[in-house]
Write a protein that binds this ligand. Sequence first.
Ligand SMILES: [Fe+2]
Length: 251
Amino acid sequence: MIVTPTMYLFKKHLQPHLVSISRYMHNHAFSNFFCCQDNFLVNPDKVVDLAGTLEFIPSEVHPGKRTENLFQINDTCREFATYFAKRIADDVFPGMYNMLIDIRFHMNDVYDDEMCNKGWIHNDPASVAGVLYLNKDTRDFDTGTSMFDKVSLGGFKNPDVKSRNDFNLNKIVSDQYKKDLEDNHSHFYETLRSGNKYNRLIAYDSSIWHRPNNYKMSNGENRLSIIFFIEKYEFQKHNSMLKVQPTWRDV
Ligand SMILES: [Fe+2]
């Protein structure tokens, strides 16, 4: 298997909430996929230490701060990112190769207004995505990630971009921001919830609606994770090892 992690600046991720819903209803080998694997890394402490050496940068296009793509920072980060990408391809998405992948550390900010610690429900302009939770010794059910079905009819109103950018970049909480966030949540029904647990990896079809549930950790730490996006990939289906030949046709 050839795995080619590629340096990639995820420009299309800048304003995902402004894009129509149907655009990301794609069909690929890992459509409708969700998985969760605990104890993903053998030595997660070493990765937390690596995160501690890096610069986290705020952006107007997402809440919290992120590092640059790990493939682009230094040799150590590139070595880890290459290992991480191979683990994902081999263990999480069997049959995946030649992925275009972006991997970053992410640290969330905490806000005095409790409502503002809740994330936006969104989907991502990628094929698949995932999160590795990295707060040591943590089991925090409310600060993980949930999946949702959209239950309202029709599309979204475009939320106010300025209030959202001000929130993301300068932590400015406006009535407009809270109104748009509340409206966002009103369109969805929660169908699956993963708690935040140290060294747990979740991975999913990024067209499934999802959100970080809450940025405020019960232990007072900043919520630390690795996030990854795979925009596209190639796939080779493995032959089944089972000799049975079912006559049932699932049609
Ligand atoms: Fe996302």
